[in-house]
Design a protein around this ligand. Sequence first.
Ligand code: BGC
Length: 371
Amino acid sequence: MKKITILLATMLFMLILAACSDSETSGETDSGDGDISVGIVLPTKDEPRWVQDEERFRDAIADSEYTTEILFSQGSSAREKENVETLISKGIEVLIISPHDAAAAGAAVEAAKEEGITVISYDRLITDTDAVDYYVTFDSIAVGAAQGQYLIDNAEGSNVPLYLYAGASSDNNAFLFFEGAWSVLQPKIADGTFVIANSSEASDLADTAELSRDQMGSILNQVTTNWDPNEAKNKAQTHLTAAGEDMKGDVAILAPNDGTARSIADVFGSDSDISSYLVTGQDSEKASIQYIIDGKQSMTVFKDVRTLVKDSMGMAIDVLDGNTPETTGAYDNGNIEVPAKQTDVIVVDEDNVQAELIDAGYYEASEFTGL
Ligand code: BGC
């Protein structure tokens, strides 16, 4: 009887272990009483961008007296809501959350607010709810403007075919990035420097300097990658198959981030009718830094995640200590003005990759070849 009890207990223990390792939980520094003070929810572990954030959160909280737990939503709003509920049940006082879907996340943060939890929207703004207390972000309009400006500064001649790609429409940032890019590219489309190659909606709006959200939405509908490198690859293939000779040769590509940039670059790089391409990105993912060193991606926008982590954890600690966090501006989320803290970004290409990322200590030289 005793043997069976021990066996059952062992099996139960193993089941619990298996369940734990199956979960996307990480970064837990629990004080032992089961309570967590700060809950962190990130959109997906499948993109290196968010693994960077996880690592930087872990570094930042390593010596903290506060207990934290990081959960990933794996591109699912339902999973995200479950994650928030789990963290609520663990007694969090502050929730730092980067939503998978800006509007759908409203329900999750409203549940947190009902429990008196302070909600900090991280990198991506949660929209259409009053249940967001603070927003910590990079200057996303500047990210898009930097991408567009890079194409302008490096393209040669006129009538350069311009391929446009965008992020997911469910992410408010996708609109901000596109808005920033359009603000600089539109005059150069209007004056004939660029010719839009792959979006009839964008071509129809070529003379409109400031696009409404709906107008941007109609362009995004045509050129969205949904932040998915595979979708980006398929779209790029379709666009190149449909493109006439005048849309090939030396081309410029607005790719919204590094993951999509690499797959779009692979497609353009293997088309024998493309003589050269410029392609943008953002996030300074390691794989893209290697692409830049190898001359396969033109630039990336370096968003120093350490600053975002420091700012959001700083805000959380202020709240836990009973102080009011400092903010530098506000973002309209469609319902309220959310007090925000914003961080600048840096353009990185082959000329300054060493200085900005290696010498500055963000990455190790040994992580790359050919530097
Ligand atoms: C982030 C980008 C990221 C993209 C896809 C955006 O909201 O700001 O850094 O590449 O989502 O995950």
